[in-house]
Design a protein around this ligand. Structure first.
Ligand code: ATP
Length: 323
C-alpha cells in the first residue's frame, strides 16, 4: 500500500560489500508519525539499511527519499534524521546537559538551555543534567541518548536495537515508555530489532527481513496471524506444521470429548505437560503426525500424559502461506 506522504521511502535499494549482498532490492515506505520496526535475524541487513538512511553509508543501487526528496549523497548532518545508536555513544567527559546540548550548539541554535530543559523534563531526566554518563544507570543513559536526538526535532528518528543494552526487567517497561514517547512527540521512528516480541509490541508496522530481502511488511497482527512465507511464520512465533497447514500453539484447543461445529480435529495422546507459570504447554502425538504443541491456560484441563484427547482449531487459524 502507498502512503499519502511518506517521511521515508526506499526504492529498490541494494548494498553490496565485495561479493556480499547485504541489502537486496528493498522497497518500503514509512508514514509520518509511525513507529516502524525493521525486524530480522542477525546479518539480514537491518543495520545497513539504517546506516544508509542516516547517510553513513550509500546504496550500491536504488534510491532513498526523505520527505519526498532524494537523499542522494547528502551527508548525515544535512538530513533531517537523527540516530540513537545501540551503544548510546554518549560523550563520557561531558555532563548530561552538555551531551544533550551538543547537537544544538554545533548548529548554532538559540534557546539551547530552555530546549535542553524542556526535552530533559519530557524524558524525566531533569534531575540528572549535572551528572556525567558514568554516574547514571543504563535506562537513564538510554533516555539521555533519546533526549540528545529529540532535542534536534528531527523529522525521523532512527534507533538501532534501542533496548538491547537494558536488563530484561527494564526492557518491558522501557518498551511501553518509548512507544508512549513516540506517540507524544509524533516523530516517525524506525527501529531496528531482532526481537520479534519487541517489534510486535511496539510497532505500527513491521518489516521482516531475511538475507537482505524484505520478506513481508504489515501490521503486527498481519505478520503474526497472516505470515506470507514459511520463514515469516516461523520467525514470528512457534508453529505446528500439520499436513500443509501451519497452526500456532495458542490456536490449538484440547478437549476430551469430540468438539462439534466447523472445526478441524485430530485425535491424539498427551505426551507431556509443562507448567510455565502463566500458561501450560501441552505436547501430544496424533496418528501419522509428529508431535503437536498447544499453549493452554492453567484453567484448561488438567491433562496428564497418556490421556486420549482431541486437538482442534478453527479453519481461520490455519496459516496460509505463499512460499
Ligand atoms: P545484526 O542484527 O547482527 O546487527 P544486521 O541485520 O543489522 O545484523 P547488517 O549489519 O546490516 O546486518 O549486515 C548485513 C550483511 O552485510 C552481513 O552479512 C554483514 O556481514 C555484511 N556487512 C555489513 N557491513 C559490512 C561491511 N562494511 N563490509 C562487508 N560486509 C558487511
Amino acid at each position: 500500500m502507498q502512503c499519502m506522504n511518506p517521511v521515508l521511502e526506499l526504492r529498490e535499494v541494494s548494498r553490496h560489500f565485495s561479493g556480499v549482498v547485504a541489502v537486496d532490492r528493498v522497497s518500503l515506505e514509512v508514514e509520518a508519525g509511525a513507529l516502524f520496526a525493521l525486524l530480522g535475524p542477525s546479518g539480514c541487513g537491518k543495520t545497513t539499511i539504517l546506516r544508509m538512511v542516516a547517510g553513513l553509508d550509500h546504496p550500491s543501487s536504488g534510491a532513498i527519499f526523505l520527505n519526498g526528496k532524494e537523499a542522494g549523497a547528502r551527508p548525515p548532518y544535512e538530513r533531517n534524521v537523527s540516530t540513537v545508536f545501540q551503544s548510546y555513544a554518549l560523550f563520557p567527559h561531558m555532563t548530561v546537559r552538555e551531551n544533550i546540548a551538543y547537537g544544538l550548539e554545533r548548529r548554532g541554535a538559540g534557546d539551547v538551555t530552555s530546549r535542553v530543559d524542556a526535552t530533559a523534563a519530557m524524558l524525566g531526566i531533569g534531575g540528572l543534567l549535572g551528572r556525567r554518563p558514568a554516574q547514571i544507570s543504563g535506562g537513564e543513559k538510554q533516555r539521555v541518548a533519546l533526549a540528545r536526538s529529540l532535542v534536534l526535532e528531527p523529522g525521523l528518528l532512527l534507533l538501532d536495537e534501542p533496548l538491547s543494552a537494558l536488563d530484561p526487567n527494564l526492557r518491558a517497561q522501557v518498551r511501553l515508555e518509548l512507544k508512549a514517547l513516540q506517540r507524544r512527540v509524533g516523530i516517525a521512528f524506525v527501529m531496528v530489532t531482532h526481537d520479534k516480541e519487541e517489534a510486535l509490541a511496539m510497532a505500527d508496522k513491521v518489516a521482516l527481513m531475511n538475507r537482505g530481502r524484505l520478506e513481508q511488511v504489515g501490521s503486527p497482527a498481519d505478520v503474526y496471524l497472516r505470515p506470507a512465507t514459511r520463514f515469516a511464520a516461523s520467525f514470528l512465533g512457534a508453529v505446528n506444521w500439520i499436513g500443509d497447514a501451519g497452526v500456532r500453539p495458542e490456536a490449538i484447543r484440547v478437549s476430551v470429548s469430540r468438539p462439534g461445529g466447523d472445526v478441524l480435529v485430530r485425535e491424539a495422546v498427551v505426551r507431556e505437560t509443562m507448567f510455565l507459570g502463566d500458561r501450560v504447554q501441552l505436547t501430544a502425538e496424533a496418528a501419522g503426525q509428529a508431535s503437536i504443541t498447544a499453549q493452554l491456560s492453567r484453567l484448561d484441563g488438567p491433562f496428564a500424559p497418556g490421556d486420549a484427547v482431541h486437538l482442534w482449531w478453527l479453519p481461520a487459524d490455519e496459516l496460509r502461506l505463499s512460499a
